[in-house]
Design a protein around this ligand. Structure first.
Ligand SMILES: [Zn+2]
Length: 387
């Protein structure tokens, strides 16, 4: 089986190269908006979307490397398809939007147009200095060039590697309930706490954000404050990523099976910062666990997250709980922290155990298959799409 890995390296473009990179982002934005406008007109007049081929034709005259331009068309086709799928499923879905420059953060070479040696050679841009802190394994498939809000540039390669032949471990199974105060509650009663340095970095970010919101709109101070926020945000993200690497490494080595909730990012409340950072890091954590487990011979099962908190892990009865209720008590005698109850439920769903009974009957083993949700998130989406 082949699997994908993402590799992220810092780029150090010269002033001239940076101007070119920025102009590439700008051209990508203009191209996206122009293709979208064409799509809308097309849709209004004929009730149909233009084909990918038609969109490709429109990218021809654009001052971008051909494949980069085509990739913009691909991104648009993909979001149109996504919209149709959502509508089919009876969900609300809007047309893709026109984008201001801030929303375009990256561009992609889907196949050709780059060469990696001592430096990174990009068609249309030049030979850029790159810090390769480790060697890429596998066959390189795509390259995405990304600018993060603090102004740093990164190259993200996606390579395809042959998944190593590993023998599945046997041993302890564990259920994981990811939380806000505590990073994770494990079904074996242990906990993984958020480290203090993360809380401090988060506090600092909040402080700097508050400071920014007080600056006058359009002033130089506001611009400066915005940059400070971007830097603090980046620091927090980096620290959090290190922590996630450590935790996922520990877990896949410690356990033979890890059960987690399949993330339902759509359903998560958005809007305030802590939550947003959390959503990203949960998604990132899931993808880390997945690829690390693959190499360690550990099995990961993503289960349906419905009612994991409200179901009693001993008898299966449902008790709706408000967020403030931190304890689970039940008429059956169950008496334990709310998150521990959830973690046990998550493990039960993955292993086909019914509440209070770990036995695997015939009936429960069908449940087991039913509950196994292979989440569709892809590693590269996280490496590229966020932060
Ligand atoms: Zn009960």
């Amino acid at each position: 089986m082949r699997m994908k890995r993402a590799w992220r390296y810092r780029l150090y473009p010269s002033k001239v190269q940076e101007e070119k990179l920025n102009s590439y982002l700008c051209e990508c934005k203009d191209l996206w908006n122009s293709l979208l406008k064409y799509t809308k007109t097309c849709y209004d007049e004929t009730g149909k979307f233009p084909t990918r081929k038609e969109l490709y034709l429109l990218t021809k005259k654009w001052p971008l490397f051909a494949q980069v331009a085509q990739n913009v068309a691909d991104r648009l086709s993909k979001s149109l398809r996504g919209m149709l799928l959502k509508k089919k499923a009876g969900k609300r879905a809007g047309f893709p939007r026109f984008k201001p420059i801030e929303r375009i953060k990256s561009f992609t070479y889907p196949q050709f147009g780059f060469r990696l040696a001592e430096r990174l050679k990009l068609s249309g841009i030049g030979s850029i200095s790159i810090k390769k802190h480790r060697d890429i394994t596998g066959t390189i498939k795509t390259l995405t060039i990304k600018r993060i809000p603090s102004g740093k540039w990164f190259a993200i390669f996606i390579s395809e590697v042959e998944a190593p032949e590993v023998t599945r471990k046997t041993g302890t199974r564990v259920g994981l309930d990811l939380g806000i105060e505590t990073f994770a509650q494990l079904s074996d009663r242990s906990k993984i706490e958020n480290p203090r340095y993360l809380k401090l970095a988060e506090e600092r970010l909040k402080l700097i954000q508050r400071r920014m919101s007080k600056k006058k709109k359009g002033s130089m101070n506001k611009v400066k404050a915005r940059k400070d926020v971007a830097v603090a945000h980046e620091k927090l993200t980096n620290k959090r990523r290190d922590f996630l690497h450590k935790v996922s490494h520990f877990l896949v080595n410690q356990y033979a099976l890890i059960a987690m909730e399949a993330l339902n990012t759509e359903g998560l409340a958005r809007g305030f910062l802590a939550k947003e950072v959390l959503d990203c890091s949960w998604a990132e954590f899931s993808s880390m666990i997945r690829y690390k487990a693959e190499e360690a011979g550990c099995e990961v099962v993503f289960v349906n997250p419905a009612n994991t908190t409200s179901t009693c892990s001993s008898c299966g009865r449902i008790h709706k709980k408000v967020l403030a209720e931190r304890w689970h008590t039940c008429a059956c005698g169950a008496d334990m922290p709310r998150d521990l109850n959830a973690a046990i439920n998550i493990l039960n769903r993955a292993t086909g155990g019914t509440p209070g009974c770990q036995a695997c009957g015939e009936e429960t083993s069908t449940d087991y298959k039913h509950n196994r949700q292979v989440s569709s998130m892809k590693q590269e989406a996280h490496a590229i799409g966020r932060g």
